[in-house]
Design a protein around this ligand. Sequence first.
Ligand code: ASP
Ligand code: MG
Length: 483
Amino acid sequence: MPETQKSSNRTLTMKFGGTSVGSPEAITNAIKIIQDTLTDWPRLAVVISAMSGVTNLLLDGANRATQGEQEHISETEETLLEKHGSIAETVISNKTKRQQIMGEISDLVDVFGSTCRAIAVLGEATPRAMDTIASLGERMSVRLFSAALESAGTPSCFVEATKLIETDHQYQAAHPDFESTTKKTRAVLHPILAQGQVPIVTGFIGAAPDGVITTLGRGGSDYSAAIIGAVLPADEVWIWTDVNGVMTADPRTVPEAQTLPQITYREVAELAYYGAKVLHPKTIRPVVESGIGLRICNTFEPKHPGTRLVNDSNNGKKPNGDEVIKAVTAIRAQKLVTIEGRGMLGVPGVAARAFGAVASTGTSVPLITQASSEQSICFAVPVEVAEKVLSALKKTFEEEIAIRDIDRVWTTEEVSIITVVGKGMKDTPGVAGRIFSTLGNEGVNVLAIAQGSSEVSISLVVIAEDTENAIKSLHKIILANKK
Ligand code: ASP
Ligand code: MG
């Protein structure tokens, strides 16, 4: 159903990110979007992030407290009060209301200060304490935003998601329990929606069954919106961010990049993984599983249709030319690690031990390739951990190296992983050929290749200096197909 059609009993969840609530102008703009949307969607639940920069400020303050930097704590307290206070001044017109909200925000700032002072004394911060501190940004922003919305004439209240989202105790990356979350969310939000109020809900946070605050992981407000949308249930979830949806490439690298009107969940999963930063990767599962429509739109260009995420079936239509390759992205600052040796041929367990060694360093691996000769295994790791990974591998394979079953364990210079995404690749022969001839013509040397078995993406490794050139020339294939 198009958004313009009246859908009075339908429910919408939308989420505004940090930049969309980070200044008086942004808040005024977000309020206008909410008010415009209410005409078509009177049942509207809004999830918001902390104001831009606030979560970093809080966590940075806590980290410095572990180093005993006491003076920094008061500086951060002042910055937090100033940041929220100056915005409240502009967006909450009623003085009494403004003072009340600033009083509540100041209490939360006190929680920051006292927790950090305790951390400074102890010299360490537990993950639990870090979550308490990280949660404060959203707990402050919902109060301010909800009051601003009321000030603009729309009935609203704020809700802390500790009352809605029940999680396990895995601090900093908590998992929601959907059963209890469904019960709690409905019990709290349905009456608010029924009264015609717009609940402003904290993104990012939840609570364990004993009530202790947890967070869902950095950037987790998107995920919060998806969880709340899935359990309400909402008919659609709209993520308002600061770009025009999912683009064919990062516009900072490729100014000609265009918005993709539509992309499948599987394709966007590849993109999210590869740093498109548009959507938190965990956002997808709750909405796909509940069959809820997901849309990504730009707060600063609200009339732009943005990108709609659709199911993989594509309504049974075969992809046409322009859908074969949809987007190209890069993960920068990687190194390739290679383990090579003739003695590895046919020996089971080498890969398991190799990745066991990598895992022991706490590193996750974005790309792996092995040639069928079995004489080398090659994978990518971030530049900053390459040395650590290398010594873990040398230690694990000490014996094999001594008897020359393994000849060499080594890393390349800095490389980038370029990923080309498009589900049409599956049914279209020759796409890989086109990709490689394009790069060949540009003089870009490909060091390693991996294709996911889903055939939704192909990843290529190139030396760091070739990154821009590779992305730009591959993006030309996308543009040429659109003509
Ligand atoms: N405020 C949190 C963060 O900065 C969550 C979010 O913005 O999505 O990670
Ligand atoms: Mg974000």
